[in-house]
Design a protein around this ligand. Structure first.
Ligand SMILES: Nc1nc2c(ncn2[C@@H]2O[C@H](COP(=O)(O)OP(=O)(O)OP(=O)(O)O)[C@@H](O)[C@H]2O)c(=O)[nH]1
Ligand SMILES: [Mg+2]
Length: 295
């Protein structure tokens, strides 16, 4: 009889910035949908990653890392997005880093609605010896908020199947929300903008990516080629020449890395043109944020 049960549900992936929420979402779904980088606060927009197995559809909701420090308009919008995700899902998957659990993590735990099942993924176990990992895992005893504590490595795809096996029975019994071949709720336009932003986070220094956003001005398919025209919006005039780089080399490296990834993701040829524009103070201007797709 059990074979006939089908489950489907939303799982919010939450945690401090930089713990590996997006890497884990991608590992679970099996596609690089959500952008990742070594800098905290890479994710700004919620994105769903969908995994359809015969007996269950998992809809992972990757969220921005919950921010407790800086409070500009952009951070407020991102925190609101995490809170909203926590209300609208069936299960919470909280992510922490192996060996690290502090007040910031605890504050996120308190945001999880009381009656919602919650699982803890202890990520980055590849960077910690077992002798240290075991005592860390034992600190989450039976009294903890979590039904299961699962050590994983999102990067090395270790133990991700165990995580799916633990999550599956927590999903409600129902039919799938999305077609079996859907991977995400987001458009190719959104994925393209995000992939360009990922390259900014990966290829530029500490400050510039935080003041940058990407807007797709035009996205058209001509003769099977996706022709994408994008603008990188920066909040300071001084950041424009940094992004362009000497002889335009930085800009070229960013856009060609994005193009290569997008061709793989979309399974077809991509023509990508990227410009840089200055719009002073956009990160702290609610009206500009809304116009740029931050909700
Ligand atoms: N060693 C190791 N590094 C990992 C693992 N998972 C993620 N990382 C790294 O951790 C960094 C942050 O990963 P993200 O997936 O962007 O983290 P995030 O929690 O989504 O971050 P924000 O969106 O900024 O909140 C990246 O440099 C990843 O490569 C892992 O299992 N092991
Ligand atoms: Mg992220």
């Amino acid at each position: 009889m059990n074979a006939e049960i089908h489950r489907c549900g939303l799982i919010a992936v939450v945690g401090r910035p930089n713990v590996g929420k997006s890497t884990l979402t991608n590992a679970l779904v099996g596609e690089h949908l959500s952008i990742t980088s070594s800098k905290p606060q890479t994710t700004r927009h919620q994105i769903k990653g969908i995994l359809s197995l015969p007996a269950a559809q998992f809809i992972f909701v990757d969220t921005p890392g919950f921010q407790v420090r800086h409070q500009d308009a952009l951070n407020r919008v991102m925190n609101k997005s995490v809170k909203r995700a926590l209300r609208d899902v069936d299960v919470v998957l909280m992510v922490v880093e192996a060996g690290h659990y502090d007040l910031e993590d605890q504050r996120i735990v308190t945001q999880i609605p009381e009656d919602m099942p919650a699982v803890l993924a202890v990520n980055k176990i590849d960077s910690m010896p077992n002798a240290q990992l075991l005592p860390f895992l034992q600190t989450f005893n039976e009294a903890s908020r979590f039904t299961h504590v699962v050590p994983v490595s999102a990067e090395k795809k270790r133990n991700t199947d165990t995580l799916l096996a633990v999550l599956q029975p927590l999903l409600p019994e129902r039919e799938s929300f999305f077609d079996e071949d859907s991977l995400t709720d987001r458009s190719e336009r959104f994925l393209a903008a995000e992939r360009i932003r990922e390259k900014l986070f990966r290829q530029l220094g500490e400050e510039v990516p935080y003041g940058a956003s990407v807007v797709i001005e035009k996205f058209e398919v001509v003769g099977g080629v996706r022709r994408i025209f994008a603008s990188i919006i920066v909040d300071r005039a001084g950041h424009k020449p940094i992004i362009i780089g000497a002889g335009g080399r930085k800009m070229k490296a960013v856009s060609s890395a994005a193009r290569v990834d997008l061709e793989k993701l979309f399974g077809g040829k991509v023509y990508l043109e990227v410009w840089v524009k200055v719009r002073a103070g956009w990160t702290d201007n609610a009206a500009l944020l809304a116009g740029m797709g931050y909700d």
